[in-house]
Design a protein around this ligand. Structure first.
Ligand code: NAP
Length: 306
């Protein structure tokens, strides 16, 4: 028997969709992924999620979401989806050899921040290395930090971080920014922002927290150390949509094209960072997951009566 609703991905969007779908008696099945919980699992304190006035750790928040989804009967499968076929109904979803069928699908596979892949980066994630200024900027009051990247995200993060940091250094690998002129100019004009051009970060230094970075000038090959308290990586995000290529309409950056939560295939809905490249917040993702579940519920109802 086909599932009424199958949810792929278990960040705030997916788990909120599960809570709503479960409470609507749709008995949702969720394929949560091996890296369950999404990007909040690599965040430390979350202080901007309403309802937690004292803040909450990212992984703890996701555990609460998960418990709430399970409480109403969501069935969780800890596996990665490897293939989908949305060309006919019921839709088919595979995880390796396991095949699932579903009348409706909610996609909430999120996005992944791009990382540099240099020594020290992974170890110090959450301890001074971050890919989200909105999440972590607050912890760098009067500290010296750097932002890596030359696009709009890097400018936006750097400008946002000037609210807290005493100094923000943008480290960019070329001698001009990719960012829009207005954003780049705003950053260049800011008194707290300094730019190091033609330079790559080769190592993040520090044992328990970031103490600096090793940087290399690409013209001279000179390697120097820069003392820092934090390093923000802003070299872009990639939506997790590889498995949906050829199945759903995606935009040129790979995000799912959706109207509200409705994708290009009727009965397939999407919410959270896999759709949203603007807000990218836990609370907005949760809202989008709720909308996707409500839309799926209404769509299923519309299919029942001839
Ligand atoms: P992006 O435009 O792709 O820029 C990524 C930046 O990171 C580039 O400057 C790139 O350098 C650099 N980079 C990539 N890989 C790197 C590596 N391994 N090491 C060092 N540097 C690396 O990404 P984005 O800034 O996240 O923006 C994504 C999209 O969202 C864009 O269309 C942007 O306009 C939009 N956006 C808009 C706003 C806004 O308008 N408020 C805010 C954020 C994002 P190179 O330049 O050398 O390639």
């Amino acid at each position: 028997m086909a599932e009424k609703i199958l949810i792929i991905g278990s960040g705030p969007a997916g788990l909120t969709a599960a809570i709503y779908a479960a409470r609507a008696d749709l008995e949702p099945m969720m394929i949560e992924g091996f890296a369950r919980g999404g990007q909040l699992m690599i965040t430390t304190d979350v202080e901007n999620y309403p309802g937690f006035p004292d803040g909450i750790m990212g992984p703890d928040l996701m555990e609460q979401f998960r418990k709430q989804a399970e409480r109403f009967g969501t069935r969780l499968v800890t596996a990665d989806v490897t293939k989908v076929d949305f060309s006919q109904r019921p839709f088919k979803v595979w995880s390796g050899e396991d095949e699932y069928e579903a009348e409706s699908v909610v996609i909430s596979t999120g996005a992944s921040a791009r990382w540099l892949g240099i020594p020290g980066e992974e170890k110090l994630r959450g301890y001074g290395v971050s890919a989200c200024a909105t999440c972590d900027g607050f912890f760098f009051r009067d500290k010296e930090i750097a932002v890596v990247g030359g696009g709009d995200s890097a400018m936006e993060e750097a400008l946002f971080l000037t609210k807290f940091a005493s100094k923000v250094t943008i480290i960019h690998r070329r001698d001009e920014f990719r960012a829009s002129k207005i954003m780049a100019q705003r950053a260049l004009d800011h008194e707290k922002i300094e730019v190091i051009w033609d330079t790559v970060v080769e190592e993040v230094l520090g044992d328990n927290s970031v103490t600096g970075v090793k940087i290399r000038n690409r013209n001279t090959d000179e390697v120097t150390e820069l003392k820092l308290d934090g390093l923000f990586i802003a070299i872009g995000h990639d939506p997790n949509t590889k498995i949906f290529e050829g199945q759903l309409e995606l935009d040129e950056e790979g995000y799912i094209v959706a109207e509200g939560s409705r994708t290009s295939v009727a009965g397939v809905f999407a919410g959270g960072d896999v759709v949203d490249k603007v807000y990218r917040q836990a609370i907005t993702a949760a809202g989008m997951g709720c909308a996707a579940a409500l839309d799926a519920e209404r769509w299923l109802e519309s299919q029942e009566t001839p």
